[in-house]
Ligand binder design. Sequence first.
Ligand code: 5AD
Ligand code: FES
Length: 334
Amino acid sequence: MKLTKQKIVELLENSDNQDDLFHRADLIRKKNVGDSVFLRGLIEFSNFCRNSCFYCGIRRENAQIKRYRLTPDEIISLARGAVQLGFKTIVLQSGEDVGYSCDDLCRVIEEIKKMDVALTLSIGEREYEEYAAFKNCGADRYLMRIETTDKKLYHQLHPKMSWQHRYECLMMIKELGYELGSGILVGLPNQSLESIADDLLFLQKIGIDMAGIGPFIAHPNTPLKNCLSGTLDLSLRAMSVIRLLMPDINIPATTAMETLEKKGRIRALKAGANVVMPNVTDSLHRSFYELYPNKACLNDGVAHCYACLNLQIQSIGRKIGTGYGSHVKNSVKK
Ligand code: 5AD
Ligand code: FES
């Protein structure tokens, strides 16, 4: 669907009529991607990071957290556990950790791909050759949020990083044939509704396959500790707008939404989302992967989360998807 920037700003600011927006997004979701909710098993395999993003709890300057790096065998074993529970997609996420070689990661990818699942990487900015190597050994999808398209704001929040370089990485990933997931943070300090509207139009323009839209949550050990967090309502409105703009893409109900409000994820599933990414990292390491505080479901075992989500999903008349849950445009029709 086409929407002007002005129309998007109106939708974002209108909290009185947000239920209409959510309902419209829900109908478009149903028509284009159906009632299945696809689960992705998220493995947070290392919290080492070379970057200093102002909002992020695992930024390199945060000396308060214990750093960990799972071995390839540990990662493979977590993936196997998740696959046994029924997950059809495994997402490997980490900080920008230079502690793994390209070969290490390729081995992990190859082993997990033997388990008959889709594999998603979320490991940040890398060289073209590395993106190509990961793709060649079986990685199917890549997630990397642009975070914001306001370049001034981007450079304020990401010291020593370049917006242009991040954009170029997204283009490389797309060109290599990955399904591309990107997205933004909502409610960053000094972020206007106009800027969020630009972000959403940007995501539409570059043609992403999945959109991750989540509220910014202030973390106490970061430079943004005294800033106000984003709100669930505005994040949901931004998410619903991207569903209007891109009717058939995958849209996760993000964990950050659940963190701001119990049942935040269910509200998201009723406002355009069709994916959930439960954490399948073991609970010890999970607590160290603290991008933001009070992460939802932090102490729940994987089997518990699966069962709990299954109930929640059924309670809104939906069901857990049984296939890989690729972007419908890309998936082979049976
Ligand atoms: N609040 C919300 N989301 C965050 N992320 C990182 N730090 C925070 C935070 N404090 C998000 C970023 C990143 C994703 C993996 O987690 O958008 O891309
Ligand atoms: Fe973990 Fe509900 S999803 S407790």
